[in-house]
Design a protein around this ligand. Structure first.
Ligand code: PBG
Length: 327
């Protein structure tokens, strides 16, 4: 065989012979600086309530949240996204917009005890409405434009509390434009927005809805979230958010939508986030509990697949594990 023919023969296994070498050539890795941890805040005192369908995750009252925040900070977690679990629900979800609301108080508290943290607030109404939908109901469905008025109020109240980033998740048209305008008009022009730009109508959100007490009382969310059958429609949604000024574009869920993460990565020059949602987490936890899979390895493999698909940022309930370097 000629020298050239020999040189052309590749032996990919040469770069796999030991861990140091494999790490040297690894194309992707996980770092806590790219991870956002979801936290559920519940009204009341002295509550650290385990969430059955999300093993290892809890609902925290504000006093317990302080303790958990200090622990998380010591572990190296420093970016969180907050969800509220409230009892004072009404048809419009007005508790979400109060300057004295649960999330607003959580923001003030966290900024005090962990000043270096990046605090993101989910902007949505499903946790605050008596019917569990993501906005104002009119003719048995969510009314997009009536909801926009409330979205602006909620966003500004989070901003006044001192939040670092807003993440609207309700999938109403023109959400980013309305929030951007409201923030710019109230002196919060520097606050970034992470759009839940491509959010599918997914059954993978099941455990979250238990955790956030946000199961819709009637119907489902398929009149506002994207049909899982569609790929090109996700680009349309992302284009709109991009044009309206979203600073980060998100795909949600992650694991069944890796193709969409890749599409956005190749189409837009903004950072791409994905949400490794509750059902994706709980499936791994459940199978690992039964001894059917090695939970840590499957977790690592699935988070890496999101990176490989193109995610710059991952929102995940596995944040603590990533921080502890279990990966
Ligand atoms: C809506 C919202 C949902 C999630 C995050 N924000 C649920 C929904 O659309 O029903 C789901 C997150 C998860 O499943 O982990 N505010």
């Amino acid at each position: 065989m000629s020298v050239i023919a020999k040189a052309l023969l590749t032996r990919p296994t040469r770069l796999r012979t030991n861990a140091v070498l494999r790490d040297l050539v690894a194309e992707h890795s996980l770092n806590i600086s790219d991870i956002i941890m979801p936290l559920f805040i519940i009204a009341g005192d002295n509550i650290k309530q385990p969430i059955n369908s999300l093993p290892g995750q809890y609902q925290y009252s504000l006093d317990q949240l302080s303790k958990e925040a200090l622990y998380l900070a010591a572990q190296g977690v420093h970016t969180v996204i907050l969800f509220g679990v409230v009892t004072d629900k009404d048809s419009e979800g007005s508790a979400a917009c109060s300057d004295d609301g649960l999330i607003q108080r959580a923001i003030v508290l966290l900024k005090n005890i962990c000043p270096h943290w990046l605090i993101i607030a989910d902007v949505c109404f499903c946790e605050y409405t008596s019917h569990g939908h993501c906005g104002v109901i009119h003719n048995n469905d969510v009314d997009n434009d009536m909801t926009l008025v409330n979205i602006a109020k909620q966003a500004v109240s989070h901003a006044r509390a001192g939040v670092d980033m807003l993440a609207p998740s309700g999938m109403m048209d023109e959400t980013i434009r309305v929030i951007r305008e409201a923030l710019d008009n109230t002196g919060f022009g520097d606050l970034p927005i992470m759009g839940y730009s491509v959010k599918y109508a997914s059954a993978f959100y099941g455990p979250f809805r238990d955790a956030a007490d946000s199961v819709p009382a009637f119907g489902d969310r398929s009149t506002y979230q994207i049909d899982p059958a569609n790929r090109r429609e996700s680009l349309r949604e992302a284009y709109v958010d991009d044009l309206e000024g979203a600073d980060i574009l998100m795909v949600k869920p992650a694991l069944s939508y890796l193709d969409i993460i890749r599409d956005l990565k190749e189409t837009f020059d903004r950072p791409i986030a994905c949400y490794n949602v509750s059902g994706e987490y709980s499936m791994i936890k459940a199978a690992a509990e039964r001894g059917w899979i090695d939970g840590e390895k499957v977790m690592l493999e699935s988070l890496l697949s999101m990176k490989r698909a193109g995610a710059d940022i991952i929102i995940t309930y596995f944040a603590k594990e990533v921080a502890r370097g279990l990966m």
